[in-house]
Design a protein around this ligand. Structure first.
Ligand code: AMP
Ligand code: ZN
Length: 119
Protein backbone atom coordinates (compact mmCIF):
# COMPACT_ATOMS: atom_id res chain seq x y z
CA UNK A 1 0.00 0.00 0.00
CA UNK A 2 1.33 3.41 -1.00
CA UNK A 3 2.23 5.84 1.81
CA UNK A 4 4.25 9.08 1.83
CA UNK A 5 6.65 9.54 4.76
CA UNK A 6 6.40 13.35 4.47
CA UNK A 7 2.59 13.49 4.39
CA UNK A 8 0.81 14.86 7.49
CA UNK A 9 -2.14 12.47 7.24
CA UNK A 10 0.10 9.45 6.56
CA UNK A 11 1.89 10.42 9.79
CA UNK A 12 -1.44 10.58 11.67
CA UNK A 13 -2.53 7.23 10.19
CA UNK A 14 0.71 5.58 11.32
CA UNK A 15 0.64 7.29 14.74
CA UNK A 16 3.83 9.32 14.23
CA UNK A 17 1.78 12.49 14.83
CA UNK A 18 -0.95 12.41 17.47
CA UNK A 19 -4.61 13.00 16.63
CA UNK A 20 -7.91 12.47 18.44
CA UNK A 21 -8.87 9.33 16.56
CA UNK A 22 -12.48 8.15 16.61
CA UNK A 23 -12.30 5.17 14.26
CA UNK A 24 -9.68 2.85 12.78
CA UNK A 25 -10.06 -0.16 10.54
CA UNK A 26 -7.88 -1.87 7.98
CA UNK A 27 -8.66 0.73 5.31
CA UNK A 28 -9.88 3.93 6.98
CA UNK A 29 -9.00 6.20 9.89
CA UNK A 30 -11.23 8.99 11.29
CA UNK A 31 -10.08 11.75 13.64
CA UNK A 32 -11.22 15.15 14.89
CA UNK A 33 -10.29 18.17 12.77
CA UNK A 34 -7.79 20.27 14.71
CA UNK A 35 -9.56 23.50 13.67
CA UNK A 36 -13.25 22.62 13.70
CA UNK A 37 -15.67 24.64 11.54
CA UNK A 38 -18.78 23.12 13.17
CA UNK A 39 -19.68 21.64 16.59
CA UNK A 40 -18.97 18.20 15.09
CA UNK A 41 -16.08 18.16 12.60
CA UNK A 42 -13.98 15.13 11.87
CA UNK A 43 -12.04 13.79 8.90
CA UNK A 44 -12.13 10.36 7.29
CA UNK A 45 -8.97 9.34 5.44
CA UNK A 46 -7.87 6.16 3.67
CA UNK A 47 -4.73 4.54 5.06
CA UNK A 48 -3.43 4.52 1.51
CA UNK A 49 -1.83 7.78 0.37
CA UNK A 50 -4.14 8.90 -2.44
CA UNK A 51 -3.39 12.55 -3.18
CA UNK A 52 -6.96 13.60 -4.00
CA UNK A 53 -10.19 12.36 -5.50
CA UNK A 54 -8.72 13.26 -8.89
CA UNK A 55 -6.02 10.62 -8.31
CA UNK A 56 -8.50 7.90 -7.31
CA UNK A 57 -9.21 5.11 -9.80
CA UNK A 58 -11.82 2.43 -10.34
CA UNK A 59 -9.76 0.31 -7.99
CA UNK A 60 -10.83 2.69 -5.19
CA UNK A 61 -14.57 2.50 -5.87
CA UNK A 62 -15.44 0.37 -2.83
CA UNK A 63 -13.14 2.40 -0.59
CA UNK A 64 -14.90 5.65 -1.58
CA UNK A 65 -18.28 4.08 -0.85
CA UNK A 66 -17.06 2.92 2.54
CA UNK A 67 -15.93 6.47 3.37
CA UNK A 68 -19.48 7.73 2.80
CA UNK A 69 -21.13 4.97 4.78
CA UNK A 70 -18.69 5.48 7.64
CA UNK A 71 -19.49 9.23 7.63
CA UNK A 72 -23.20 8.47 8.00
CA UNK A 73 -22.52 6.04 10.84
CA UNK A 74 -20.01 8.15 12.77
CA UNK A 75 -21.78 11.54 12.44
CA UNK A 76 -24.62 10.77 14.90
CA UNK A 77 -22.22 8.87 17.15
CA UNK A 78 -20.09 12.04 17.35
CA UNK A 79 -23.03 14.31 18.20
CA UNK A 80 -24.73 15.26 14.93
CA UNK A 81 -28.48 15.33 15.59
CA UNK A 82 -30.51 12.56 13.96
CA UNK A 83 -33.26 12.86 11.37
CA UNK A 84 -34.29 15.60 8.99
CA UNK A 85 -33.96 18.39 11.55
CA UNK A 86 -30.44 17.30 12.39
CA UNK A 87 -28.06 15.96 9.78
CA UNK A 88 -24.50 16.41 8.65
CA UNK A 89 -22.46 17.68 5.71
CA UNK A 90 -19.65 15.93 3.88
CA UNK A 91 -17.06 17.90 1.89
CA UNK A 92 -14.10 16.71 -0.16
CA UNK A 93 -11.82 19.54 -1.31
CA UNK A 94 -9.75 18.73 -4.37
CA UNK A 95 -6.67 20.57 -5.54
CA UNK A 96 -5.57 24.06 -4.59
CA UNK A 97 -8.43 25.83 -6.32
CA UNK A 98 -10.78 23.30 -4.75
CA UNK A 99 -9.57 24.41 -1.32
CA UNK A 100 -7.43 21.35 -0.56
CA UNK A 101 -4.55 22.10 1.80
CA UNK A 102 -3.48 18.61 2.82
CA UNK A 103 -2.67 16.53 -0.25
CA UNK A 104 -3.96 13.21 1.11
CA UNK A 105 -7.58 12.43 0.20
CA UNK A 106 -9.91 13.22 3.11
CA UNK A 107 -13.60 13.69 3.70
CA UNK A 108 -14.76 16.41 6.09
CA UNK A 109 -17.83 15.43 8.13
CA UNK A 110 -19.54 18.35 9.86
CA UNK A 111 -22.68 18.57 11.96
CA UNK A 112 -24.29 19.88 15.11
CA UNK A 113 -26.48 22.88 15.91
CA UNK A 114 -26.18 26.03 13.74
CA UNK A 115 -24.58 28.49 13.32
CA UNK A 116 -21.28 27.04 12.16
CA UNK A 117 -18.09 28.97 11.87
CA UNK A 118 -17.78 28.47 8.10
CA UNK A 119 -21.27 28.46 6.53
P1 AMP B 1 -8.39 20.69 3.43
O1 AMP B 1 -8.38 22.18 3.31
O2 AMP B 1 -9.63 20.07 2.84
O3 AMP B 1 -7.11 20.08 2.92
O4 AMP B 1 -8.51 20.38 4.96
C1 AMP B 1 -7.45 20.07 5.79
C2 AMP B 1 -8.01 20.01 7.19
O5 AMP B 1 -7.07 19.35 8.00
C3 AMP B 1 -8.30 21.37 7.83
O6 AMP B 1 -9.69 21.45 8.18
C4 AMP B 1 -7.37 21.40 9.05
O7 AMP B 1 -7.96 22.03 10.16
C5 AMP B 1 -7.13 19.92 9.29
N1 AMP B 1 -5.87 19.61 9.95
C6 AMP B 1 -4.64 20.13 9.68
N2 AMP B 1 -3.70 19.58 10.49
C7 AMP B 1 -4.37 18.71 11.30
C8 AMP B 1 -3.96 17.86 12.37
N3 AMP B 1 -2.67 17.78 12.78
N4 AMP B 1 -4.91 17.12 13.00
C9 AMP B 1 -6.20 17.20 12.60
N5 AMP B 1 -6.65 17.97 11.61
C10 AMP B 1 -5.74 18.73 10.96
ZN1 ZN C 1 -0.60 10.64 2.90
Amino acid sequence: MHTDPDCLFCKIVSGRIPARKIHEDDELVAFHDINPAAPVHFLIVPREHIESLAEASEHHQALLGRMMLLAARLAPAQGANPGREGGFRIVINNGREGGQEVLHLHMHVMGGPRPWRRG
